[in-house]
Design a protein around this ligand. Structure first.
Ligand SMILES: NC(=O)c1ccc[n+]([C@@H]2O[C@H](COP(=O)([O-])OP(=O)(O)OC[C@H]3O[C@@H](n4cnc5c(N)ncnc54)[C@H](OP(=O)(O)O)[C@@H]3O)[C@@H](O)[C@H]2O)c1
Length: 426
């Protein structure tokens, strides 16, 4: 194999968490890759922002530069790896690389979710490949799964736990009864949450990832900023406990689903959900990720593993570096399927309504629900104090009606602040 190895010469943008992982893995595993696949992967040039920054890896044998043209104008470099993040200058560098006939590998979910269509079209026009496995759940081969392994399937739905920070926090709240704040603090100490966690806990990170998965599964470009998104900031340990009594766990779920029946469009959203303990996603704990999809030929399949981190992400990037030299399936013939308004969907709901413990309260709440066509499936009233929560599980109802009822409930003088409404997965 040694004598016939085909050379891949790599130019790397970014030497942070992911870029450093790429350098480490290439240094350790080049021989393994050569033996397994017959490719000699050689890192030549690394472009960073700040040349004075101390690096975790010895860069003496590479050309390290702040000038992007040292990669983009080098005819020897045939694969560009983008591990910088953000929209610009990543987008311009990737476009220039594709136009110059270089294959591109990126880990950048913000960019692919927002500008994927433009970049795929440019790659196709220039006869090169663009791969982005690490952009969704890092090491989990979900992109490869959808676009290669399940290429003959019509995919009807994808749902996943695609954000490790929120899953870590919810797991701590579930297993140790901890408050959201205390679980978040531990996530930050362990490096699973940023100092400013809002992008993760608010669901935006998950929205970008599900937009990419929907693009692949349904050939549609969806701006992640238009995806209905709720975070986990208002979930309490008490809600998790009550949900547990009814056989559910609470998870932040990112979901993309084709319209039922003959309707056109996609039901796409990110929000906390009660899911049955027997569902495969319920057992995904800590910072781990999982994606569950339904294909018409394969039925339900779950992908599970590490969704972030230096080496798992580098593992996905290196796999893409080899893949782009072969051929990767691209998204062609983009549709722009409309997003279904969440108000037109139906769910069962978990409601927690803190009420003043007085006679007649239950009647008034039940009346508002009934007036909006919502019927109660189960009711729990853990009594004892003057202010007690009323815990209700409803039968299926239209979101529009539920929101209306929820607003009305919150206006009652006997209902205190802090009422909660969480959707239950079918
Ligand atoms: N971290 C993960 O676990 C993970 C997992 C999956 C996907 N990703 C994605 O991977 C990408 C990189 O993430 P990261 O965590 O590695 O980020 P990071 O640690 O902040 O590293 C960013 C790197 O990019 C360089 N950089 C930034 N702007 C640049 C510019 N204009 N020109 C040249 N270099 C520039 C920085 O240079 P300096 O070092 O000189 O400042 C730094 O080395 C992001 O798109 C992220 O979403 C990350």
């Amino acid at each position: 194999m040694e004598g016939n190895a085909k050379t891949i010469t790599v130019g790397l943008f970014g030497l942070g968490t992911v870029g450093t992982g790429v350098v480490k893995v290439l240094e350790k595993r080049s021989g393994l890759i050569r033996n397994r696949l017959g490719y000699d992967v050689r890192l030549k040039t690394i472009c960073v922002r700040n040349l004075d920054r101390a690096r975790e890896v010895n860069t003496a044998k590479y050309k390290v530069t702040t000038n992007s043209e040292h990669i983009l104008n080098d005819p020897e470099i045939n694969v560009v790896v983008e591990a910088m993040g953000g929209i610009e200058p990543a987008r311009s560098y990737i476009k220039e690389a594709l136009e110059k006939g270089k294959h591109v590998v990126t880990a950048n979910k913000a960019l692919i979710s927002k500008h994927g269509q433009e970049l795929f079209e440019l790659a196709a026009k220039n006869g090169v490949n663009l791969a982005f496995e690490a952009s969704v759940c890092s090491s989990i081969p979900i992109i490869k799964g959808i676009r290669e392994s399940f290429v003959a399937n019509s995919i009807s739905s994808i749902s996943g736990i695609v954000n490790g920070t929120t899953n870590f926090i919810l797991t701590k709240m579930t297993s140790e009864g901890r408050s959201y704040e205390s679980a978040l603090e531990e996530a930050q100490q362990k490096g699973f949450a940023e100092a400013d966690p809002s992008f993760d806990v608010g669901g935006k990170d998950a929205a970008q990832k599900i937009a990419i998965l929907a693009m692949l599964a349904f050939n549609t470009a969806v701006d992640p900023d238009t995806v209905y998104t709720e975070g986990i900031q208002d979930v309490t340990a008490e809600d998790i406990r009550f949900a547990g009594n009814w056989g559910y766990v609470i998870k932040l779920i990112a979901l993309a689903k084709k319209a039922d029946g003959n309707g056109e469009g996609i039901d796409m959203r990110v929000h906390p959900m009660l899911i049955a303990k027997k569902h495969p996603l319920a057992s995904v704990e800590g910072e781990l990720n999982a994606v569950y999809l339904n294909g018409d030929l394969v039925d339900g399949q779950m992908f599970y593993g590490k969704g972030a981190g230096q080496l798992p992400t580098a593992s996905a990037v290196i796999s893409d570096v080899i893949d782009v030299m072969k051929s990767v399936a691209v998204v062609r013939n983009f549709n722009s399927l409309p997003l279904i308004d969440i108000n037109d969907l139906e769910f069962s709901y978990y409601l927690k309504i803190p009420v003043i413990d007085r006679p007649g309260v239950l009647y008034r709440i039940a009346k508002i629900l009934a007036t909006n066509g919502i019927s109660v499936a189960e009711l729990l009233q853990p009594g004892g104090k003057e202010s007690v929560p009323l815990i209700i599980k409803t039968h299926r109802a239209k979101e529009r009606m539920m929101r209306h009822a929820f607003n009305e409930l919150n206006k009652l003088a006997v209902v205190k602040k802090g009422a909660v409404m969480i959707r239950i997965q079918d």
